[in-house]
Design a binder for this molecule. Structure first.
Ligand code: CP
Ligand code: NVA
Length: 311
């Protein structure tokens, strides 16, 4: 690919405008319907996606790999031991080598700064498959999941119970595109990054942060949670289990939410920790719709990024 080619990356939710986000939802719906009708759309025929993973993954890996295959392309999975990012060779050298050979890169890195460097040095679109700071593909798929259920995103109260982590940061950014209220209940000391929070509030995001689960979930339309210990924080797991014990999404918590509130979780889930078995398996849970929609949303994203790179 020529070095002066304009390309777009998706490193965080705010890399998209609201209009682009909605165009992705439309395309994702079309691709989902086409798949169900058995009518493939090989819009990425002959294209190759490099998939760099520094951390484990089920959903992100299978959805990108299946997604590019369904679009007529091909994926190369690069496990941590394959390239040893920034150890065997520099991030910049890896980025420039990949950009000479493949058409797009998805990367799951520990440090968000590593992903940013990869994107700066690669002349092909780079997609964030999760970093310590952001998980935009997850939240875009989650927004799509609510959108396809005909939820008016601007009118929702979305309560997040748990850690102010990467998934929360992406929700905070989504709250700059839509006017929903994002209410986070987390223990003191586990709030989201102060700079991201301030940036999102300055852009008009409606964000409430409390230590009280009941306050956050009161009348919520969506109750969302994620693991208490994210990948890379395993040494803190015991301390976090104690600290987060009052922050479990269970039947008592759900009784405080709006009638028929939806339960969301990005998965993997730890039943008995951040969510009870009864809630994740209950009728309000849409966690597997979220998981499936990673495929459809990311297919739309890859098709769109490839088109942008050709402009
Ligand atoms: N939700 C999510 O990103 O799952 P994986 O870690 O399995 O990819
Ligand atoms: N916060 C979690 C999300 C997993 C999809 C983690 O980073 O491990």
């Amino acid at each position: 690919m020529k070095p002066d080619v304009a390309k777009r990356d998706l490193l965080r939710v705010t890399d998209l405008s609201r209009a682009e986000c909605e165009a992705l939802f439309t395309l994702a719906s079309e691709l989902k319907a086409a798949l169900r009708a058995g009518k493939p759309r090989p819009v990425l025929a002959g294209k190759t996606l490099a998939m760099i993973f520094e951390k484990p993954s089920l959903r992100t890996r299978i959805s990108f790999e299946t997604g590019i295959t369904q679009l007529g392309g091909h994926a190369i999975y690069l496990a941590p031991a394959d390239i040893r990012l920034a150890q065997r060779e520099t991030v910049a050298d890896i980025a420039r080598t990949l950009a000479r050979v493949v058409d797009m890169i998805v990367a799951r890195t520990f440090l968000h700064t590593v992903l940013v460097e990869l994107a700066e040095r690669a002349d092909v679109p780079v997609v964030n498959g999760l970093t310590d700071f952001h998980h935009p593909c997850q939240v875009l798929a989650d927004l799509f999941t609510l959108h396809e259920r005909r939820k008016a995103l601007d009118e929702l109260r979305i309560a997040f119970v748990g850690d102010g982590n990467n998934v929360v940061h992406s929700w905070l950014e989504a709250a700059t595109l839509y006017r929903f209220t994002f209410a986070l209940a987390c223990p003191h000391g586990y709030e989201p990054d102060a700079a991201i929070l301030a940036e999102c509030r300055a852009k008009g995001a409606v964000i409430e942060i409390t230590n009280d689960v009941a306050d956050a979930v009161h009348n919520a339309d969506v109750v969302y949670t994620d693991v208490w210990t994210s990948m890379g924080q395993e040494e803190e797991a015991a301390a976090r289990r104690t600290r987060f014990a009052p922050y479990q999404v269970n039947d008592d918590v759900m009784r405080r939410a709006a009638r028929g509130a939806l339960v969301m979780h990005c998965l993997p889930a730890h039943r008995g920790e951040e969510i009870s078995e009864s809630v994740i398996e209950g009728p309000q849970s849409i966690v597997f719709d979220q998981a499936e929609n990673r495929l459809h949303l990311q297919k739309a994203l890859m098709a769109w990024l490839a088109q942008e790179a050709r402009r």
